[in-house]
Design a protein around this ligand. Sequence first.
Ligand code: IYR
Length: 222
Amino acid sequence: MTAHLPLTDFIEYPQDEMLKRAQDNYLQVKRRHSIRSFSDRAVPQAIIEQCILAAGTAPNGANHQPWHFVAINSPEIKAQIRQQAEALEQAFYAGRAGEEWLDALKPLGTDANKPYLEHAPWLIAVFSKKRSEEEGEQKTNYYVHESVGIATGFLIQALHHAGLGTLTHTPKPMSFLSKVCGRDNDNERPYMLIIAGYPAEDATIPQHAVDKKSLAEICDFI
Ligand code: IYR
């Protein structure tokens, strides 16, 4: 067992303050919406770095931290990603998705064109890792999907909290990202692509995006 440290950074709040904090947090996360129209205004790398550090604090299996992030600002690499993602999306929207899925996407108004992959200042490719290396030794990672999912959630929340617009993008198959990002190996798989930047002035969100299920619909207290 490694040494255990006292929990010195836990902060206890009075319960009325806890409630206020919980409400404030709900109001703040409720203002996060996926956007598909980004401005090309630059965003300093230092902001993205802090958000990725936040993602790296996510709870995960045996603290193996089974993730790797590639933050892409290079116009050439963004253009390659756009070109390859759009080719895949064309096949998806031309029928590979199937009728039911395409019907479900109608309210979003999405199509195969993904200009934001070039316009947004940052694309963050999230990779999951089957194994980690520590002191030259290969260790199996556990709960990889769950861990990387939580870290991606932390990342999205950190970007939103910093004041950036975001979009999750999962072109299928995503294997092209491995090559473009220089992570083409047997250990890592692309998990998700997060787009981050300022919303374009004319950015919109679909009407249904604000229709969230009620507490009674999503939770039982027993
Ligand atoms: N990846 C495609 C399709 C898509 C799928 C779902 I589920 C969405 O919630 C949104 C889009 C695209 O990006 O257009």
